[in-house]
Design a protein around this ligand. Structure first.
Ligand code: NAD
Ligand code: UGA
Length: 473
């Protein structure tokens, strides 16, 4: 094993692999960093002026290091073969078929990557789990690596180094992480591999922020962190329903409890529901692990975080319909925001999709505006029915497509509409000329603020009927 790292390869040029490795390359000019992917279109985009993902600050980091010591390549085998450290940052989606379908993580991409690493390795390597994986994955991966490498002199040391970045703030999170977690085996070679990876992060992360743990703790910490974060959102969202039923204000409740330093004020924004590629997937994975270990109560506890999230999205749709005199059939509804959160163009598991599907189910006509999500992406997402309470066959995808328009201008999207639904917390939504929007809308004009970001008092003064989450009417 090389005591110092000269070359890093990262398998997977996605939302994690791309930004993470760009930051490593920026901060470690002495290390060659190559991000590889089987998706040639993605690699081409990473090498172009238009990066494949939108992330504030990412362009500058990539431009500073690309061509110097940061490279993007589809020559996967060559670069993996030459690397001292191989990060594996491939997708680990929820299984859609077979044993554990709908809950367990699909490790097919991971296993494929491990088999490839074994087959091309002529030198020993540190293999780093960057993807989020079930606890004990390292054990399985180690077997795949060892049994598929023909050279007995080649050693593999597996580390778990889960990624905690959030989309929209990835660059900030990578530059100043709360912590970097490295899990390794408690053997001399395991400890020395941990030191090698630590030395990479020490280029810019203060030593006290680099935590080490055993492999299983590190793997489980990642699933636990996401479960705790999502649980906070479901907790405050469940309280938002109670607020609506009692006249309490969820913003005031969140503020009051958040000032208790044991609770803390972050991640207490009531919303139409959490989205993103990971929270639901990782909780379902945790639930599956607990179920297979016979821990039913633990599984049920965490499963309820996802149920409350589904309930919150469903509740939002029902509230819209009820408020608009129990019918939205043929009514034009303007959807502001389709991304799963602000400052990203990512729509994976976005709550907007479920809400839009629900509104379409009741025959609404949707005019959608999002500053970063492309028209094609929105149409593609909406063409795939996935809503839990969707009744297959009741509307064909082509009829749905007729009811959906994606606009490039929010004022145009609002023209002649009966209601505005705010589904993503984009800052620009706060700055619109709502007098102008009100004048152009049908009356009564409704606002359903699924993110509680607008000035509700002002909107009411203009004439809007405003429904905010967890707030009195
Ligand atoms: P992604 O789908 O954006 O990227 C994964 C990439 O891996 C794809 O481009 C795919 O083509 C590539 N790939 C798959 N198999 C391959 C192989 N055998 N060889 C080469 N390339 C291969 O996924 P992502 O959002 O970057 O997430 C990656 C992992 O990181 C997941 O496990 C996820 O749970 C975890 N994670 C994601 C985030 C996030 O914000 N998106 C944050 C923390 C952790
Ligand atoms: C989340 C975690 O925050 C990261 O630490 C983790 O690395 C990542 O998942 C992952 O493993 O993929 P991300 O999903 O990118 O990051 O974004 P978040 O900021 O966590 O937001 C997730 C969802 O929760 C969004 O839909 C957001 O709008 C929603 N949210 C967030 C709320 O509804 N209320 C809040 O108070 C905070």
């Amino acid at each position: 094993m090389s005591p110092r790292c000269k070359k890093i390869a990262c398998i997977g040029a996605g939302y994690v692999g791309g930004p993470t490795m760009a930051m490593v390359a920026l901060k470690c000019p002495d290390i060659e960093v190559v991000v590889v992917d089987i998706n040639e279109v993605r690699i081409k985009a990473w090498n172009s002026e238009e990066l494949p993902i939108y992330e504030p600050g990412l362009d500058d980091v990539v431009k500073a290091a690309r061509g110097r010591n940061l490279f993007f390549s589809s020559d996967v085998k060559r670069h993996v073969g030459e690397a001292d450290i191989v990060f594996v940052s491939v997708n680990t989606p929820t299984k859609t078929r077979g044993v554990g379908a709908g809950k367990a993580a699909d490790l097919a991409y991971w296993e494929g990557a491990a088999r490839m690493i074994a087959s091309v390795s002529k030198t020993s390597k540190i293999v780093v789990e960057k993807s989020t994986v079930p606890v004990k994955t390292a054990e399985a991966i180690e077997k795949v690596l060892r049994r598929n490498c023909s050279d007995p002199a080649v050693q593999f040391e597996i580390l778990s180094n889960p990624e905690f970045l959030a989309e929209g703030t990835a660059i900030e999170d990578l530059e100043r992480p709360d912590r970097v977690l490295i899990g390794g085996k408690e053997t001399p070679s395991g400890r020395s591999a941990v030191e090698v990876l630590k030395s990479v992060y020490e280029h810019w992360v203060p030593a006290e922020r680099i935590l080490t743990a055993n492999l299983w703790s590190a793997e489980l910490s990642k699933l636990t962190a996401n479960a705790f974060l999502a649980q906070r959102i479901s907790s405050i969202n469940s309280i938002s329903a109670l607020c609506e039923a009692t006249g309490a204000d969820v913003g005031q409740v969140a503020h009051s409890i958040g000032t208790d330093s044991r609770i803390g004020g972050k991640f207490l924004n009531a919303s139409v529901g959490f989205g993103g590629s990971c929270f639901q997937k990782d909780i379902l994975n945790l639930v599956y692990i607990c179920e297979t270990l016979g821990l039913k109560q633990v599984a049920d506890y965490w499963a309820s975080v996802v149920s409350i999230n589904d309930y919150q999205k469903q509740r939002f749709v029902e509230r819209v319909i009820e408020a608009m005199f129990n019918t939205i059939s043929g009514k034009k509804i303007t959807v502001l925001g389709f991304a799963f959160k602000k400052d990203t163009g990512d729509t994976r598991e976005t709550p907007a999709l479920d809400v839009c599907q629900g509104l379409l189910q009741d025959n609404a006509r949707l005019y959608i505006y999002d500053p970063k999500v492309t028209e094609n992406q929105i149409h593609a997402d909406l063409a795939t029915p996935k809503f839990e309470w969707d009744h297959p066959g009741s509307r064909t995808p082509s009829r749905k497509q007729d009811s959906i328009k994606v606009l490039q201008d929010p004022y145009e999207a609002a023209q002649d509409s009966h209601a505005l639904c705010v589904l993503t917390e984009w800052d620009e939504f706060k700055k619109y000329d709502y007098e102008r929007i009100y004048d152009s809308m049908m009356k009564p004009a409704f606002v359903f603020d699924g993110r509680n970001i607008l000035d509700h008092e002002r909107l009411r003064k203009i004439g809007f009927i405003v429904y905010a989450l967890g707030k009195p009417l």
